[in-house]
Write a protein that binds this ligand. Structure first.
Ligand code: GUN
Length: 283
């Protein structure tokens, strides 16, 4: 058996085509959705992510503004930029690319972004709304994964989902979103004792740990949907996920590749949140 490839590039294109129609209709009414991205420092991976986010905005007609700040920028300057963007009516979405340098308080930064413009869904007001089941913005990576599961008709209700990873960006919101859709959810980490005891029972496994090849065929239930959020650069320069792709392919029912699985969906959901923020600001 060979797993069905869960093609994030394809699903992204389908969703982005629909989004472009929505943006075109807004442009016809003289409204242009706007996203502002703040990048602090020279982190190579962050630079690539931000470049891809800005290019995706441009491709569907969203106005993007990129603010690059030096690695030693005082926290106060980042906060001042955020206050200015919060007050700018042409900006519907604000994103501060993470991680931030150690001298900057990440929580303070995220909580200074207006919840109405928090297209990452990281502000505690939006996290709280998600916990109570009425979120305005869902965090982009888990939201993108939910869209992939939906697109491929993968059932969630009553299924056992195992999320490996407990980050605020992926693991925790992912678990909540699967729970909201009726899954029985186990949250594991890279330190979980006997991890395979959990994963072998899982109908859906989402791995977001940042460890190459940590989930392999013997840990996967036959036919399970395996979603790989990891992006790891090996010494030979190649890019791999957290799943041992070749072995998982022989057991899983559905499998996301790296690259081309979850990654494009994260950016697509950022576009969705920015358009929605613009639509909501005019209600
Ligand atoms: N760093 C890694 N993923 C993300 C994300 O989804 N949003 C932001 N702002 N930073 C990130």
């Amino acid at each position: 058996m060979s797993a069905v490839l869960v093609d994030g590039k394809l699903v992204s294109q389908v969703l982005r085509d629909k989004m472009k129609c929505r943006v075109d209709a807004m442009l016809d009414r003289g409204v242009k959705p706007g996203l502002a991205v703040i990048l602090v420092g020279e982190n190579a991976a962050s630079q690539v992510y931000v470049r891809n986010k800005v290019a995706a905005c441009d491709s569907i007609g969203i106005q993007s503004t990129e603010i690059r700040l030096p690695v030693d920028v005082p926290e106060r300057v980042v906060l001042e930029n955020l206050v200015q963007l919060n007050n700018d009516p042409t900006v519907n979405g604000i994103l501060v690319q993470l991680p931030l340098p150690a001298h900057i308080n990440e929580n303070l930064i995220l909580e200074t972004i207006s919840p109405e413009k928090d297209v990452d869904g990281f502000h505690k007001v939006n996290v709280g709304a998600m916990v109570t089941g009425n979120a305005k913005f869902y965090p982009c990576t888990p939201h993108g994964i939910m869209m992939l599961l939906d697109f491929y008709g993968i059932p969630i209700e009553g299924q056992h989902a195992v999320v490996i990873g407990r980050s605020n960006i992926v693991g925790k919101p992912m678990a909540l979103m699967l729970l909201e859709k009726g899954a029985t959810v186990s949250i594991c980490t890279s330190k979980t004792a006997d991890l395979s005891m959990f994963t072998r029972q899982a109908d859906i496994v989402v791995v977001a740990v940042g460890k190459p090849n940590m989930l392999e065929a013997s840990m996967i239930k036959k036919g399970a949907a395996v979603i790989d959020v990891g992006i790891n650069r090996l010494e030979n320069g190649s890019l791999v996920g957290d799943v041992d792709y070749q072995s998982a392919l022989t057991v899983a029912g559905f499998l996301t590749p790296v690259p081309g699985g979850v990654g494009p969906m994260t950016i697509t959901m950022l576009l969705e949140n920015t358009i929605r923020s613009s639509e909501m600001s005019r209600c």
